[in-house]
Design a protein around this ligand. Structure first.
Ligand SMILES: [Zn+2]
Ligand SMILES: [Zn+2]
Length: 365
């Protein structure tokens, strides 16, 4: 079968021939890959960034956002049957820590987890993949067209879920289901994670402001407006004037991965506010920030700042729920996040496809 490989640390991307994986355990599922999403992580890896090949090799099969069709199942599998559409999650348990042992490898305590397509485990840019049932999620028939967005949606949903759990735990009168209703959230960076975060926030009752630096009439602001969000052009509006222009911001969802902006934007956060970071800037990007003012503000206004990465199986299920609700409430919006679909043979083009009208590029096997 065909796979797409890279040599971590290099810019080599190749289509290669590998033996087709087979089911060898009773809890395994074999998928025929149909779609793979490309994100900033894949592009960073393709530029020689953060990634590891599986032990004993120097080559990694790329890809972690996927959708496939079940072609075979082990004898103990009950979640899916051949013909169903399904996704596999990205992280694999370290086998040593409490979070991993209860199905929360997104909170792995040892840091010894692996990630398919990223860290020491081959990914999904392959014609077929095999994995365990516990990492598999059936995609309902009416969401099959959007199933490839499950992984990025789960990342956005986890970030919102974390913020709500924290706010409900610390603010008198705040509830998990109620806190966002009528409050204002600011999403910084309107790529797929930011836009999917905006959807999750809107579905939970927030007024959503979205900030990016693209033209107002381009696809990203259009998606935001279609769900009732308001666009802020970061080229025209400075971070420290947002609260003056738009009032008290209760939650900031950072998805730009730009270090200086990530800290400058704290200025917009209001009393008891929470700031969730999901972006991953290059580690070699120092920034001049108003450190004293930021620290003073965070202390005097009881603010929380957290980082959030990956997602649990529960978040994946929440993601599918949110996607179904979004489809009902704002038909066509999720579809419009997928801006380009290319055959896998055009992988280099897909990886290089980063113009301002691009949101999510998908490759098909
Ligand atoms: Zn991704
Ligand atoms: Zn672990």
């Amino acid at each position: 079968m065909k796979v797409i490989t890279t040599v971590p640390g290099s810019k080599i991307i190749e289509i290669k021939e590998r033996p087709e994986p087979q089911i060898s355990q009773p809890d395994e599922i074999k998928l025929k890959i149909t779609k793979i999403g490309i994100c900033g992580t894949d592009r960073e890896i393709a530029h020689g960034g953060r990634a590891d090949a599986p032990p004993g090799t120097n080559e990694l099969v790329l890809g972690h956002e996927m959708l496939g069709r079940v072609v075979a199942v082990g004898e103990n599998v009950t979640k899916v049957k051949p013909g169903d559409y399904a996704v596999f999650t990205v992280r694999r348990d370290c086998g040593e820590c409490a979070p991993c042992n209860v199905g929360r490898n997104d909170m792995c305590q040892t840091g010894k987890y692996t990630e398919r397509g990223i860290r020491a485990y081959d990914g999904y840019m392959a014609e077929y993949v095999v994995d365990k049932e516990k990492y598999c999620l059936r995609v309902p028939d009416d969401l099959v067209d959007l199933g490839v967005l499950t992984e990025p949606m789960s990342v956005s949903v986890k970030a919102v879920d974390e913020a709500l759990k924290i706010q409900a735990a610390r603010i008198p009168g705040a509830t998990y289901d109620g806190w966002l209703k009528g409050r204002t959230a600011l999403v910084v960076g309107l790529g797929p994670i930011g836009l999917l975060g905006a959807i999750a926030l809107r579905l939970r009752g927030a007024e959503v402001l979205g900030m990016d630096i693209v033209d107002e009439n381009s696809p990203r602001p259009s998606v935001l407006k279609a769900i009732g969000g308001k666009y802020i052009n970061g080229k025209e509006v400075k971070a420290d004037t947002i609260d003056e222009l738009h009032g008290h911001i209760d939650l900031i969802f950072e998805a730009a991965g730009v270090a200086k902006l990530g800290f400058d934007i704290i200025d917009a956060l209001g009393i008891n506010g929470i700031y969730v970071m999901t972006g991953v800037p290059g580690a070699d990007r120092p920034a001049d920030i108003a450190a004293g003012a930021i620290m003073q503000q965070m202390v005097l206004m009881n603010q929380v700042m957290i980082g959030s990465v990956n997602a649990s199986m529960e978040h994946n299920l929440m993601a599918l729920n949110d996607m179904a609700e979004c489809k009902k409430k704002w038909p066509g919006v999720l579809e419009s996040i997928i801006t380009e679909v290319m055959p896998y043979t055009k992988i280099n083009e897909a990886l290089a496809n980063t113009h301002s009208d691009e949101i999510k590029t998908i490759i098909e096997f």
